[in-house]
Design a binder for this molecule. Structure first.
Ligand code: ADP
Ligand code: MG
Length: 461
């Protein structure tokens, strides 16, 4: 993006527009005040979109289709999943719970073999050539799609009003409409009345507007009613009748999870019973337990090997994907040695979805040198990854009504959906993106962790 007089931008105008679009997130709710519904604030965002090369984006759009196909094949390979994740299950209660349930379903017979995946593959851009490198793939509750579409509208408004930039080069995300279309397509395949959104308790979920916008879109465009229930409420209010998941005497067609990916969502056996009820039913799940398991970082580590990939994909597809993968290792003697030689080139991270902080630098060195802690099974909780090192570019950030100018880096999530049964892929499409931007000296964080800003793509050529 070229420079232009951003001093002129009226922040109140931008924020009001964000509020009018529902481009907001919930404020943190105090645990002492759970009955009080929190307020909302405009999403932190950039005032200007980030430059991207069209060809790179086209390649990433193509790659999500290959990733979808790969993950679908892996998820349908029971032995592969089971063997790969057994060691992680020993030290991780969530993985253990999911794996047990998957085994039980396998024994009792899986009713619904149509799977819906709404996936988001995240990339950072390495070095001066901005080579896309995959960070991870999210196969459950991949969020912020609705809000990524909103920010395109905000940028369009800012460019039109305050600059003479060519707005036709802005490439806004279609994720809100894409996600709605994915859920609608599944809904059409399974007779029923509702789509169920499985959600977290109100006080945990600050990104509820992102979910609501999707709910509104489903009704506005397709007249599909959504119900929102926590796992506990599913257990109390839903039942199985002839393997159909019932709510108020009506069939739930599709179950879309925006919860269930952290152990904090399982307070007791009640939530696990709800998970069983859903999995056992004829509803189409987004995701099914095997898809959720397949999204674990341990699977990413195992698939980071051409030999393993050959079991699932043709050669030309493997080549396309492999360019995007960066080095990934489980924690063992060999990998520890490698990291300790060049610690600045690696990071350590938790296997878990939304696992939180990266470990790097001195903290990582300490942990790896003191392998006693890791030997006790902790090594299964982590993995080692080559550090992706993006070079910052100039941007202007807006957060809490304050402007910061500085060097920023991007993390781009490419959304795709896949609908398949055990014999064929029914649909496999790119459906939009999420671009998150942060100051270059800040290390990591999720969408709501307080460091990211919503951003959109501007084609620079
Ligand atoms: P989570 O499941 O917590 O989202 P991620 O793998 O996405 O885990 O890592 C969290 C954040 O850490 C990412 O959003 C990214 O900013 C940063 N990160 C992850 N892997 C790397 C890496 N290999 N190099 C540099 N930064 C990374
Ligand atoms: Mg992530």
């Amino acid at each position: 993006m070229k420079k232009y007089p951003m001093e002129e931008v009226d922040i109140k105008f931008v924020q009001s527009y964000q509020v009018s679009l529902g481009n907001v997130m919930g404020d943190k709710v105090s645990l002492d005040n759970l009955n009080e519904k929190g307020n909302t604030s405009p999403f932190p965002c950039t005032l200007v979109p980030s430059d991207f090369n069209k060809k790179t984006i086209e390649e990433l759009k193509e790659s999500i289709l290959i990733l979808n196909e790969l993950r679908d094949k892996v998820a349908r390979d029971y032995e592969f999943i089971y063997e790969s994740l057994q060691p992680v299950a020993q030290v991780d209660e969530l993985v253990s719970g999911l794996l047990n349930l998957y085994k039980r379903m396998k024994e009792e017979g899986i009713q619904q073999d149509i799977y819906l995946g709404i996936h988001r593959s995240d990339y950072m851009f390495h070095g001066k050539d901005r080579i896309p490198q995959q960070v991870e793939i999210n196969m459950i509750s991949a969020g912020a799609g609705s809000q990524s579409s909103n920010i395109g509208k905000v940028h369009e408004m800012i460019l039109n009003r305050y600059t003479n930039q060519d707005v036709s080069k802005l490439y806004p995300s279609e994720a809100l409409y894409g996600l709605a279309k994915a859920l609608k397509t599944a809904f059409e395949l399974k007779k029923g009345k509702f789509i169920l959104f499985v959600v977290q308790e109100d006080y945990k979920e600050r990104n509820w507007m992102d979910q609501r916008l999707l709910e509104f879109e489903l009704f506005k465009q397709y007249k599909i009613p959504v119900i929102r229930l926590t796992l506990k409420q599913v257990n109390e209010q839903c039942s199985l009748e002839n393997n159909e998941l019932m709510y108020h005497h009506e069939v739930i067609s599709v179950v879309y999870f925006r919860a269930g990916y952290t152990p904090l969502d399982y307070h007791s056996n009640t939530e696990w019973e709800a998970r069983y009820l859903i999995e056992k039913s004829n509803s189409i799940k987004c995701p099914t337990i095997p898809y959720q398991l397949c999204g674990l970082k341990r699977i990413q580590v195992i698939l980071n090997n051409k030999k393993v990939l050959e079991r699932f994909l043709e050669k030309n597809k493997i080549e396309k994907l492999f360019k995007l993968f960066t080095e990934l290792y489980p924690i063992n003697k060999e990998s520890i040695e490698k990291v300790l030689k060049n610690p600045e080139d690696f990071v350590m991270k938790s296997q878990r979805e939304g696992g939180g902080n990266l470990i790097y630098g001195n903290k990582m060195i300490e942990l790896l040198k003191n392998t006693k802690d890791l030997e006790s099974g902790d090594s299964e909780k982590y993995l080692i990854m080559k550090r992706i090192k993006p070079i910052g570019h100039d941007s202007i950030l807006l957060r809490d009504g304050k402007i910061t100018k500085g060097k920023v880096i991007n993390e781009l999530g490419i959304f795709g959906y896949i609908l398949s049964n055990k014999n064929e892929i029914i649909k496999n499409e790119y459906i939009g993106y999420l671009l998150r931007t942060k100051l270059e000296n800040v290390e990591d964080g999720s969408v709501l962790s307080g460091i990211f800003h919503l951003d959109s793509i501007y084609f620079n050529e």
